[in-house]
Unconditional design. Structure first.
Length: 173
């Protein structure tokens, strides 16, 4: 199986990408306009992520792969974590080509409805980067309410080497 590093290296084959207002970008794996997309796809190749998912006890975290109903092609992943007996949190990733098709809104809504029907669960939460407006829309369409701003909360290595601000969302019963 190919790794994220192998994927990045394969992109360093001399290809160039035109960046509007700037011109030709040399190394697409390092350029600010393309680096995030490269890292998004590299993560799919990294076995370390898959191995971590498999190794994590299911009572702590479960990661589900999202596949197409008709073609079984992987679209993304969804993780559900039990942080305390009464609350869960979640995280998700969706391949760029499947954005804006309401796929993650459907997944998040259904999982949240199921989770809040469990007698011991009173809250499900999530965070998203302050600049990730798409994820914020998904959370809000799924009935989550923005509760606040978490300063310097998460590292997003595909965006920055420093912790980033995130919005905190939750849905409760």
């Amino acid at each position: 199986m190919r790794t994220g590093a192998e994927y990045r290296e394969a992109l360093r084959d001399g290809r160039r990408v035109w960046v509007m207002g700037e011109g030709w970008a040399g190394d697409v794996t390092a350029h600010p306009a393309t680096r995030a997309m490269v890292e998004e796809y590299a993560a799919w190749y990294d076995r370390a992520y898959v191995e971590r998912c498999i190794a994590t006890p299911s009572e702590v975290e479960r990661t589900y792969i999202i596949v197409g109903r008709d073609d079984n092609v992987v679209r993304g992943a969804f993780a559900l974590r039990q942080r305390a007996a009464h609350r869960l949190d979640c995280g998700y990733v969706l391949g760029r080509q499947w954005w804006r098709q309401r796929l993650m809104t459907e997944v998040l809504t259904e999982v949240t409805v199921w989770a809040l029907r469990q007698p011991s669960v009173f809250r499900i939460g999530a965070v998203c980067d302050v600049e990730n407006t798409g994820s914020a829309r998904v959370l809000e369409k799924s009935g989550f309410v923005r509760e606040g701003l978490l300063r310097r909360w998460l590292l997003h290595p595909n965006i920055s080497d420093e912790p980033r601000d995130c919005f905190s969302y939750a849905r409760v019963r």
